[in-house]
Design a binder for this molecule. Sequence first.
Ligand code: GUN
Length: 295
Amino acid sequence: MAQPIILDGKKLSTEIQDEIRKKIDIRRTAGLKIPHLAAVLVGNDGASTTYVNSKIRLCKSVGMQSTLIHLDASTSEEELLRVVHDLNTNPDIDGFIVQLPLPKHIQEMHIVEAIDPSKDVDGFHPVNLGRMQLGLPAFISATPAGIMTMLSRYHIDTAGKHCVVIGRSNNVGTPMSLLLSRNTNPGNCTVTLCHSRTKNLTEICRSADIIIAALGKPKFVTGDMVKEGAVVIDIGISRVDADNEKGYLILGDVDFPNVAPKCSAISPVPGGVGLMTVVSLIMNTMQAAESRDKL
Ligand code: GUN
């Protein structure tokens, strides 16, 4: 097998950032409002803090306005609902996210359902998930949106292919399976959505033209699960303790050294889908600002 194409999220996200920066410059010149993203972080979880900081940093880098609202871990559900209400009604905010997971005493779905769907740039609100399923304009959650962009910009042929999605989470696996089964490009796949109760997972994966690994178990997809020429997309971002400066390593769901030689294309971790996720959130915020221009 020839060397696989490496689906380079870093390169692609840099290109998209340049495109967004240009669009924002054009808006500034035209006297239009600069898009504004707010991010709410409750508590001090290490991974959540890293992700939120990277979202804010990217806003700054493309010239977008951003606001970080950092609340104490003891914030009540009622208090958080008030913050969500304030952001819903603040005309200066085009879109916002509430970083998950939330502390255990807060019911995540109560918060997600309180977000105005027109500002839900995470695409987590049931209205956005429903509209996406119906093929109506919607915010598509950042990780699935990033993968669709990656497949599109690398011209990966998906029509008629068998795509196996491993993991059925509400925000990644399930929307990914829906997006790839729709009559769109990328799309038109025959999708198998696998999960913890799936039998014969190895056999199912071996019949896949495209594997999307989104289960959060480091190095779960091994060489024997992948057929020659498959496209493999790795969504895993597990932090494992390591004896390095950071004290941890980020590992994907795919055993890259053993899987890559069999693939026609593969996304690495780090440097793959993770970077596409953050840039997709910024694209969604741009989309939110553009729809608010028309109000
Ligand atoms: N936690 C992990 N990923 C995400 C994300 O994309 N959005 C939010 N709000 N929380 C997350």
